[in-house]
Design a protein around this ligand. Structure first.
Ligand SMILES: NC(=O)c1ccc[n+]([C@@H]2O[C@H](COP(=O)([O-])OP(=O)(O)OC[C@H]3O[C@@H](n4cnc5c(N)ncnc54)[C@H](OP(=O)(O)O)[C@@H]3O)[C@@H](O)[C@H]2O)c1
Length: 238
C-alpha cells in the first residue's frame, strides 16, 4: 500500500474541503485541489508545497477531466478522488426556486458523476483507487425545506452504492456528516429556511472532524472498503 497518495479533492476553498486539504497535506499526500474561488486555493497551495490547485467548476465535466489529466501528467497516477463540492440553498418547494433546485442537482449530483467519469477508467486500469463522496445525514432523512438537497444526497448514496457493487478494484466510500461549521448555510436565499437553520446549526462539529474521517478511510488497506461513515455532533439529535 502506498503511504503517500495522489489525491484529487473538490470544494477545497472552504469548510470541510479546506480542512481535508490541510489534514491530508500534513499527512504527506500529494493533493490536486479544485473549486471556483482560486484565490483561496492559491493561499493553501502557497502554504503547502504538496498542494497543486486548479480552477474547477464541478458542473463542467471538462474541469474534472483537467484535474485527472494534471494528476496523470505530473504524478503518473490517481489514488483517490474526494467528491466534496456541494451547495445547500434550502427552501420549501412551494417557494418554487426552480433555478436553485437545478443548481443543487447540477453541483451535488452531476458534479459527483463528472468526478467519477474523470477517474474511474484510470483507476480500473491501475487496478486500484478510491472514490470518496461527501453525502450528508440528509442522505438518510428528509426535513421540510430540504427536499431537493436531501434528494441530491440520497442520489449520491445510490450512485456510490451502485458503483461499489459494480467494481472489485476501486474502493467506494460515502462520508455523511451531521451539522458541521462551514459556509454551507450562508447562501440560503429563502428567509424561513435561513432562520430555521440558525437553530438547526447551533450544535456543529468543526470541519476537522470530517477531515479526520476522510483521512481514516483513505488510510485503510487496499482490500478494505469503508462503505459509509456517519459523523454527528454528540449533542445533536440530527
Ligand atoms: N456543513 C455541514 O453541516 C454539512 C453537513 C452534511 C454534508 N455537508 C456536505 O459537505 C460538503 C462540503 O460543504 P461544506 O459544509 O464544507 O460547505 P462550504 O464551506 O460552503 O464548502 C463548499 C465547497 O464546495 C465548493 N463548490 C460549490 N459549488 C461548486 C462548484 N460548482 N464547483 C466546484 N466547487 C464548488 C465551494 O467552492 P467555491 O465556491 O470556491 O467553488 C466550497 O469549497 C458538501 O457536499 C455539503 O453538502 C456539509
Amino acid at each position: 500500500m502506498q503511504t503517500s497518495k495522489v489525491i484529487l479533492l473538490t470544494g477545497a476553498s472552504s469548510g470541510i474541503g479546506e480542512a481535508t486539504a490541510r489534514l491530508l497535506a500534513r499527512e504527506g499526500h500529494q493533493l490536486i485541489i479544485g473549486a471556483r474561488r482560486t484565490d483561496r486555493l492559491q493561499a493553501l497551495s502557497q502554504e503547502f508545497s504538496n498542494i497543486d490547485y486548479l480552477a474547477v467548476d464541478v458542473t463542467r465535466p471538462e474541469d474534472l477531466q483537467k484535474m485527472a489529466q494534471h494528476a496523470l501528467t505530473q504524478y503518473g497516477r490517481i489514488d483517490v478522488l474526494v467528491n466534496n463540492a456541494g451547495i445547500m440553498p434550502l427552501s420549501p418547494l412551494s417557494a418554487l426556486k426552480t433555478d436553485e433546485w437545478n443548481q443543487t442537482l447540477d453541483v451535488n449530483v452531476r458534479g459527483v458523476l463528472h468526478g467519477i467519469a474523470a477517474v474511474l477508467p484510470v483507476m480500473e486500469q491501475q487496478k486500484q483507487g478510491q472514490i470518496i463522496s461527501v453525502a450528508s445525514i440528509g442522505a438518510h432523512l428528509v426535513w421540510p425545506s430540504c427536499a431537493v438537497y436531501c434528494a441530491s444526497k440520497f442520489a449520491v448514496r445510490a450512485i456510490m452504492d451502485g458503483l461499489r457493487q459494480e467494481t472489485d478494484t476501486v474502493r467506494v466510500t460515502v462520508v455523511s456528516p451531521g451539522v458541521v461549521e462551514s459556509e454551507l448555510a450562508d447562501h440560503i436565499t429563502d428567509t424561513s429556511a435561513r432562520e430555521a437553520m440558525v437553530d438547526f446549526r447551533r450544535v456543529a462539529l468543526p470541519a476537522e472532524a470530517i477531515a479526520k474521517a476522510i483521512g481514516w478511510a483513505i488510510a485503510q488497506p487496499d482490500g478494505v472498503d469503508v462503505s459509509e461513515i456517519i459523523v454527528r455532533p454528540t449533542a445533536s439529535p440530527y
